[in-house]
Design a protein around this ligand. Structure first.
Ligand SMILES: [Fe+2]
Length: 303
């Protein structure tokens, strides 16, 4: 492989997660990151155009972006590329300045060239991450090409996220993952079990922490921490490096368990921030073993 493209050729990782800050903040709070991927050739427009040609339509997503600030994500904001589109994804990227949409190249780790980049970045961070979290899994990466003044509405995602700004400036607002006014427990359950997102109540919308990102800067976004994103007066390119940790998997299982409890009429206790108290461990273990879960619910329901 060309040495320029091989991040393993670098002595240090292109992403600095600042191990102490990661230890203090993982699962709980966003914090600022530094990286050097803004100079990586694979993130230049001509290479992203070539990538768009290789990715299947389902991995080329358009998010309608010239929306009123303060709106919330709905399914209507999203569209996948199809063969019927008037303009190809490649043409949209080349003319991104004039587009009314953010182009999302999803799961770029499935592409052999970009997969090498994503895996190399995570391989170099793995020891630092796993010393805090335990084994990571579910490696993924999305690349966002955005026009100027594009607003991506309030939403949340299920992964741990190192969000890295590569070109242009971007405002990235993150809400407290534990703020149950902004996102009630039921909203998290609905998201993790049904992929249904709940808008933030207008009176709580201003509770975000704003990260003003320039190329070379980034932000760690905890699992399910709500966020919105806005580009400034220039074209923007960003990449997210995503993964799962034992805590994020446990949290997912506990919320699924709680949803089942709620269906039986039981009001579940709140989930601890890292889903690591005894109650959450127990719920998670039940969900990890479906036959025991089934048995448990049969007895709960008296059947
Ligand atoms: Fe997101």
């Amino acid at each position: 492989m060309n040495k320029i493209l091989d991040v393993r050729a670098c002595k240090s990782s292109p992403v600095d997660i600042q191990a102490d800050l990661f230890r203090q903040n993982v699962d709980l709070r966003p914090y600022e990151l530094k990286h050097s991927l803004q100079s990586h050739p694979l993130l230049e427009i001509h290479n992203l155009v070539a990538l768009a040609k290789r990715l299947p339509p389902i991995q080329r997503e358009y998010v309608f972006a010239k929306q009123e600030f303060g709106t919330h994500e709905t399914g209507d904001h999203y569209q996948h590329a199809t063969s019927m589109d008037e303009m190809s994804t490649e043409e949209m990227i080349l003319n991104i300045e004039a587009q009314n949409r953010v182009i999302v190249l999803r799961n770029v780790e499935t592409d052999p060239t970009y997969g090498t980049l994503v895996n190399d970045v995570l391989d170099q961070l793995q020891d630092q991450i796993e010393a805090v979290t335990g084994p990571i899994s579910g490696r993924e990466s999305f690349i966002f090409v955005s026009p100027p003044r594009a607003y991506t509405p309030f939403h949340y995602d299920p992964e741990q996220n190192f969000f890295l700004q590569v070109r242009g400036r971007k405002d990235f607002a993150v809400y407290d993952v534990a703020d149950r006014d902004v996102m009630p427990e039921v909203a998290i359950e609905n998201f993790l079990t049904l992929n249904r997102r709940t808008p933030c109540a207008p009176e709580f919308f201003d509770r975000y922490r704003l990260f003003e990102l320039s190329p070379g800067e980034g932000v760690y976004v905890p699992t399910t921490a709500p966020h919105w994103v806005r580009t400034l007066d220039e074209v923007s390119v960003s990449i997210s490096i995503n993964f799962r940790t034992p805590s994020s998997i446990r949290r997912d299982r506990v919320y699924r368990f709680n949803r089942l409890l709620r269906k039986t009429g039981i009001q579940p206790q709140s989930v601890s921030p890292r889903a690591d108290n005894a109650r959450d461990w127990l719920k998670s273990e039940f969900f990890a073993t479906p036959s025991r879960l089934k048995q448990c619910f049969k007895s709960l329901l008296g059947r």
